[in-house]
Design a protein around this ligand. Structure first.
Ligand SMILES: Nc1ncnc2c1ncn2[C@@H]1O[C@H](COP(=O)(O)OP(=O)(O)OP(=O)(O)O)[C@@H](O)[C@H]1O
Ligand SMILES: [Mg+2]
Length: 320
């Protein structure tokens, strides 16, 4: 049920201004917030609102929970023809082509080539570079993003979204980006009761303030949970009156998830400190499938990290 974006007008305006005033150097924009707070929606809204329209948007996200080196760049390259002036072997490696030679490059050389690849794609610019979910990126990508942020060219808005950092290397990268002079730093918190009311009124025009208040409490102001509740409730009365569906049961600040049997198994493995590879092996499923389960688990348990999900498991799984 698509509803319009609420409560982020100031954030959006700041991004639009940054693009219209972009100078000749890269300008980092760091947007943090817990899972489902609306980071991706804000970036999409900003890209829509930018004037003049960006000629070039290079966008990538971590594609796996244990991504290969330079996963952000590989994601970007996967949507383009590989006609960059780089040594073909290195380009194949950076693009993660299946026939690429294995690790024959010195890390420093690769980093320089990765930076050059981005610069070549941007050309004279200006461009928008979007790094979604930096918290889940591999260290080489973090290095690359950090280098791009402090470089003297090209002219580009470097928009980064991240859940709150869980590892020192992610925290350091966010700090490095935020420390660039003029960098924009935004943190998305929960929606206010008024914002929640305005979302509700799009679907149910006559919603009372009391209902909006109750829904705000039930969802903790998290827009993802709000949209989930709207879908699950189906009608206005059910927003507060009817027992919530299993996966939206109240728990602490917000709804607790209903996990599938397989998700419980995966979560139990995470709580035991297993890597995705170990989980895959012990459950007899592919690593790719594990990453999908982990991704759903983070969202359902409203965890910012595997560690948090594991903690959630310790507190909640035993009583199930
Ligand atoms: N400000 C908002 N107003 C209305 N709906 C919103 C708002 N922000 C987010 N949503 C909705 O909430 C859901 C989650 O938003 P989004 O995917 O942007 O969150 P996110 O912060 O990127 O989460 P993740 O950390 O999982 O990537 C989407 O369905 C989105 O449309
Ligand atoms: Mg997102």
């Amino acid at each position: 049920m698509p509803v319009s974006m609420v409560g982020r007008a100031d954030h959006l305006a700041e991004l639009v201004r940054a693009w219209s005033q972009l100078g000749s150097t890269p300008l980092p924009v760091v947007i943090t917030g817990a899972a489902g707070m609306g980071k991706s929606l804000l970036v999409a809204a900003a890209l829509d609102a930018f004037t003049p329209r960006p000629d070039l948007v290079l966008s990538g996200a971590a594609r796996l929970h244990t991504p290969a080196p330079y996963d952000w760049l590989a994601a970007v390259l996967s949507r383009r023809t590989l006609d960059l002036p780089l040594p073909p072997d290195a380009l194949a490696w950076l693009a993660q082509l299946p026939d690429a030679p294995r690790e024959r490059f010195a890390p420093d050389a690769l980093l320089r080539l990765a930076v050059r690849a981005v610069r070549t794609m941007v050309g004279a610019g200006p461009a928008v570079l979007v790094v979604e979910d930096l918290h889940a990126l591999d260290p080489a990508s973090l290095n690359l993003i950090g280098e791009l942020a402090v470089a003297s060219e090209p002219p580009a808005l470097l928009i980064v979204t991240s859940r709150p950092p869980e590892t020192p290397v992610v925290a350091r990268t966010l700090a490095r980006l935020s420390g660039v002079p003029g960098a924009i730093r935004q943190h998305l918190g929960p929606l206010s009761p008024t914002d929640v009311a305005s979302v509700l009124s799009e679907v149910y025009p006559s919603t009372s303030p009391a209902v909006a208040q109750a829904v705000h409490e039930r969802t903790g102001g998290n827009p993802y949970w709000l949209t989930e509740l709207l879908v699950a409730a189906g009608d206005e009365k059910s927003l507060v009156d009817e027992p919530l569906p299993e996966h939206l049961r109240l728990a602490g600040a917000g709804p607790a998830p209903d996990l599938t049997a397989r998700e419980v198994e995966v979560l139990t493995c995470l709580a035991a400190g297993m890597s995705n590879k170990q989980v895959a092996r012990s459950l007899g499923i592919s690593i790719r499938t594990v990453t999908v389960h982990v991704s759903n688990l983070l969202r359902k348990t409203r965890s910012a990290s595997r560690t948090e999900a594991a903690l959630w498991a310790v507190h909640n799984l035993t009583s199930r």
